[in-house]
Ligand binder design. Sequence first.
Ligand code: PMP
Length: 366
Amino acid sequence: MAYFDNAATSFIKPPGVLACVQEAMLTMTSIGRGGYRQADLAAKAVYECRELAGLLFGAEPEQVVFTMNATHALNLAIRSLVKPGGRVVISGFEHNAVVRPLHALKAKITVAGKKLYDRENLLSAFDRAIRPGVDAVVCTQVSNVFGWRLPVEEIGALCRERGVPFVVDCAQSAGCVPVTLRTCGADFLAMPGHKGLYGPQGTGILICGRRPDPLIFGGTGSLAMLPDMPQELPDRVEAGTHNVPGICGLSAGLRFILEKTPEAIGAHEAELARYFSSGLRTEGKYRIFFDSDQTGVVSVQHRDLDCEMLAACLAARDIAVRAGLHCAPLAHRSAGTLDTGTVRISFSFFHTREDVAELVHTLRTI
Ligand code: PMP
């Protein structure tokens, strides 16, 4: 099977991920739950994962909070900053993992920057919208539909200047675009473990530049006499038993990224996207969404087939892509593709130019 849905979940994982998951299941129990060997091994392994993530994202190990996925991390960040009915500024390219938590809080949302690939328009819209009194700015670093890299560093600088907290959704950037709390001027970086960090499903990370409030309450293995959650991170927001095998797999993914570097991974994926776009461009029946400032995520539309049909044709040829709205109706509305959706093709570090050439060839025959 040819898998081109890495923006949803990476499928081919680096060597070591599976072995680390298996080793955790064979040798470890849970952290903070006992003084015996299996619990010690788990505690050491989980702490090592915090160290690796801290190294990659410019944080201390204690600032690394484990979550179930990016949605969980975003909910933690948003619930910590936005009051019910509060004011929030977001880009026109946000995922429902941002929009729905804000909607649930009945937040007053200003959508800044609705023109795909127009960096200046986006920045001036954020410049107008970020005012004192705004509870938070939330922005994705890379659009999950179009692969467009948004200028989060500049948006972060505006937030700092005006004293407004900033949350970056790194779901599509973590692992393939360099990002730290400092470079983004961010209060929180939210990300999944199962996409560009190559961890197993059910893992995610919130990098905390400030102390978040708990979403759920329960045991932490620390300060058990307290009826409240502890004040200290990460315990404050990590109630309940950890996904130790998932976190150990995530460590192997993080080690791979630290060795290859996000710059090199991102450059390879972006080059594949460029190769794909230029290869398919000569085939008149496709509309391709591509810009110079793009990662390895590309949306396409077929002149005669709707997106579900095109994805079904590809699935029949054992090629996995994602059709529809990609949980991001706001991004599709901004790009004018809300009625039709698109077919999203997302490349991985493990793809070669030959894989891409084969995909282009298949698309030409449809
Ligand atoms: N934000 C963006 C930009 C995403 O692409 C995704 C995943 N599609 C999410 C948030 C949510 O990630 P998760 O599925 O890990 O909760």
